[in-house]
Design a protein around this ligand. Structure first.
Ligand code: GCB
Length: 589
């Protein structure tokens, strides 16, 4: 018999409802380590043992400690990670396991990895590109880090837990929706679960570059801003292309300098990128960077001093084969599909997409609107919700502040105007501006449908006023839509969403609601009604691809939002693609 002798069982955990409290008190600091410009020493993508744990038995019973049968204090364990099947990371369980399509709950991922040599005086961050929700990382049986924001990149410090030889990482992750979350409980997209972005083990020296930014400063010269993790003055060199610029940090470990050189500028028409390397002490960063400048006033948006109209498309990060974990090829196709309609911009709705998208957009010359899911109703008066939104915004800015393609930070989408919401959003706009002076702040506001005006007070806070309008689909009155843009002539205005549902079908038919013909006509009418308005500076038809949304259940939708211009599987282009292609072709500048 197991557990012979005097039993001293500790079954307290069966009655413990505070299993998350201790972890929640220790979220990892966002920004203590940023992956930008670094390649992990060890890529931890690939096969991981996986199983769902709907009752959270694993946290209650501390499975990550991997007590075995000989441990008389716990009895036979209920878990054996190595016996579980494997899934690949990055990935979404809803796709990888057909039985988990609609699962919303918690799961475990476990794998081993080897560390050949553990060097003293180095720091070992385990970096996660993003997961579906609250995440707890355990290394070799001990707590390593906690993050609570879906889709936020974060890193856990494994320095003290790693050992030379074989190591084990166990990750508890959930896709539970929360009333005080960002997003909240109710939204119009699919709630994928899992570790849906890359995981990697890094190694950095004890003095390392915590944050760096290269952007176009005044006088058209690049500006370098750098801060180390320690207050120390050190010599460094930044190379851009074949030029080298030595610098020295001040005693606080920071440095800002204008590099005396005028680079060829990045622009959608000629997306010039330079190889960049920063070496300081024994740390090093390598990246590819474009230099451009972006401004806005009541006449519109200018890149490098030239006015540009954003011929955009909105898109979700969702593919039938991979869910949120799109492959590089699937992301490239997304940019290619946009270019095929003469688009020069994408709105990455409604949450941070993988950082790879912005890198590919840098190369392709596609401008990006990046966004956090302050979407519909959030618990705006709740300080926890505010903390989460700030944390997500911060992580996104730190990840993508070096991407020339990213020109707009969007702080939210379609939230009814209230005092608590206005204060919440003003706080987010301030955060964006304090962290990044080289981009514009926007948000997708609601229109006052019957008065044809933008009455949302948030419009006073943002640099570019964006509005979602569905005249001609959810409500009539499309002919007057231009009045909305004209109602706000002191700022550039963009239409951040407009669209109509259409089910793809091979043959032609009458232009009735839900037909491709109706959708194409809808866009023709919209474009006609919106033409010739001087402060209208961008359009983002909703949406590039059909996408699954469990709340869409009528006969035409069947679990999908069908406002896509292309079907979810990317195979069929609806008729409106051609309408948009032609319209965008006709807009110059
Ligand atoms: C909106 C939302 C978007 C929805 C869309 C729709 O206004 O911002 O997330 O999917 O409308 O299709 O109704």
């Amino acid at each position: 018999m197991m557990n012979s002798g005097t039993p001293n069982f500790d079954f307290g955990y069966l009655h413990d409802h505070s299993r998350l409290t201790a972890y929640r008190q220790k979220p990892v600091d966002i920004g203590w380590f940023t992956e930008t410009g670094r390649t992990p020493r060890l890529n931890l993508n690939g096969f991981w043992h996986f199983e769902i744990d709907p009752y959270d038995s694993g946290l209650r019973g501390e499975w990550f400690r991997e007590r075995n049968n000989s441990d008389s204090s716990v009895g036979p364990p209920d878990c054996d990670f190595d016996a579980w099947d494997e899934v690949t990371v990055p990935g979404c369980w809803n796709i990888q396991r057909t039985d988990l399509k609609y699962y919303e709950g918690t799961a475990w991922y476990v794998r081993d990895f080897m560390v050949e040599e553990k060097r003293n005086g180095y720091i070992y961050p385990v970096a996660f590109g993003g997961t579906s929700g609250e995440t707890i990382v355990f290394v070799n049986g001990e707590f390593c880090g906690y993050n609570d924001i879906p889709g936020a990149p974060f890193a856990a410090d494994a320095t003290d837990l790693l050992r030379e030889g074989k190591n084990r990482i166990a990750v508890w992750v959930t896709n539970r929706r929360h009333e005080d979350g960002v997003p909240g409980e109710f939204y119009d997209w699919f709630n994928y679960g899992g570790i849906f972005r890359s995981v990697g083990l890094h190694r950095v020296p004890d003095v390392y570059i915590r944050r760096w930014k290269l952007s176009l400063g005044e006088h058209q010269c690049p500006e370098l801003e750098i801060s180390l993790n320690r207050e120390i003055d050190l010599n460094g060199v930044v190379s851009v292309g074949n030029r080298k610029f030595p610098f020295r940090t001040d005693k606080k470990g920071t440095h800002t300098a204008v590099l005396d050189w005028s680079p060829e500028l990045w622009h959608p028409d000629s997306p010039k990128l330079y190889d960049v390397k920063i070496v300081i002490g024994s740390d090093e960063i390598s990246d590819r960077i474009g230099f451009r400048n972006i401004e806005a006033d009541e006449t519109g948006i200018r890149i490098n001093g030239r006015r540009i109209v954003l011929k955009g498309l909105a898109v979700h990060e969702d593919h039938p084969e991979t869910g949120r974990a799109l492959t590089t090829e699937q992301r490239r196709l997304m940019l290619k599909d946009a270019v095929s309609m003469n688009a020069n911009a994408l709105r990455l709705a409604h949450y941070p997409h993988d950082g790879e998208t912005a890198r590919l957009a840098d190369e392709a010359g596609i401008l990006l609107w990046e966004e956090i899911p302050v979407y519909w109703h959030l618990d705006f008066a709740n300080s926890e919700t505010r903390r989460k939104a700030r944390r997500l915004m911060k992580s996104l800015i730190l990840r993508d502040e070096n991407r020339a393609s990213v020109i707009l930070w969007s702080i939210g989408n379609e939230n009814p105007d209230s005092d608590s919401r206005l204060s919440f959003m003003t706080n987010l706009a301030d955060l964006c501006r304090s962290m990044d002076k080289t981009r514009l702040v926007t948000a997708a506001c609601l229109v006052d449908v019957s008065s044809y005006r933008i009455t949302d007070r948030l419009a006073d806070v943002v640099d570019v006023v964006s509005v979602n309008e569905y005249y001609g689909w959810y409500y009539p009155g499309l002919e007057r839509v231009g009045e909305i843009v004209r109602s706000r002539s002191d700022k550039p205005v963009m239409i951040s969403e407009f669209g109509a549902g259409a089910t793809y079908r091979a043959e032609n038919g009458p232009a009735e609601p839900w037909s491709e013909e109706y959708q194409a006509e809808f866009y023709e009418n919209q474009f006609r009604a919106l033409s010739g308005i001087s402060n209208l500076t961008g359009y983002f038809p909703w949406v590039l691809y059909d996408f699954p949304s469990p709340r869409r259940l009528n006969a035409h939708q069947r679990g999908f939002n069908r406002k896509g211009l292309i079907t979810h599987n990317r195979l069929h282009r609806k008729k409106a693609c051609e309408t948009i292609r032609k319209w965008y072709e006709s807009i110059t500048g």
